[in-house]
Write a protein of this length. Sequence first.
Length: 260
Amino acid sequence: MIIKNKILSLSAMAAVLAVAWGNAQAHTRFEIATIPEGARSDNNVMIPHGCADQPVIGAITVFPDVGMSLVDISDDANAAVGAETFARSEQLATNFVQGISIAGIQSRDTFSVSELIRDGNGNPVGVWSAGGSIPPSNWVAKLPVRISAVNIVPESCASKVILVPAIANVCQLTSLAEINGKDSDRLDVDFWTAPDAGHPNFDAPAWNFPAPITVTRNLDSNPLPASCGEGVAVRIYPSAEQLNRDLPVKFDGLQVWPAP
């Protein structure tokens, strides 16, 4: 009887772990979620499913523009991206990171067309891809991107900086008026964005949706100032202003998503 109960307990535990693993893998995420400061990362956006039963026909990833991004700070230096201890700060992202730079990695494994998204100075802040599709289930697509070394400002108290890019997986070409990022059951687009950017269409439902990249401070080469104690955690993500500028897809000068 004891052996039987142990077998049943192990079976139940295995079932729970299987569900937990499945839920953990259900969201779009970066293949490498934690990087040390000062190290370049050749990374992949991992897309594990479509919009319910709809295939993904295009994908957009936009990194925070440090000149116009939002900053939240937590006094808990170990805070995860969705921690309730984060609060909005009036400080600029440049008070914590010296810059965020990316480059595209050419690949036609999933989509045949990719273009960089650039800021007003021509610097890449994101990439969009289309011309193909990802089946709605049982396949995982890897969309590559190079993230240049991110350096934490020495004078800051940031023990880690959590970058929260805005990601949209497009399954249908709908107009802006039809899009509601807070509705996770829609069939036209899945948003893996910050929920608090203040955008009426592009904000995700909650903080478990974004795909964060955590940059950890090198405390040997870049120690915290003595006044910082254990330091703080910093969360940086695109503002509604940046989302309006960078998330819509333009091809040959014409906007193709959201549909005009």
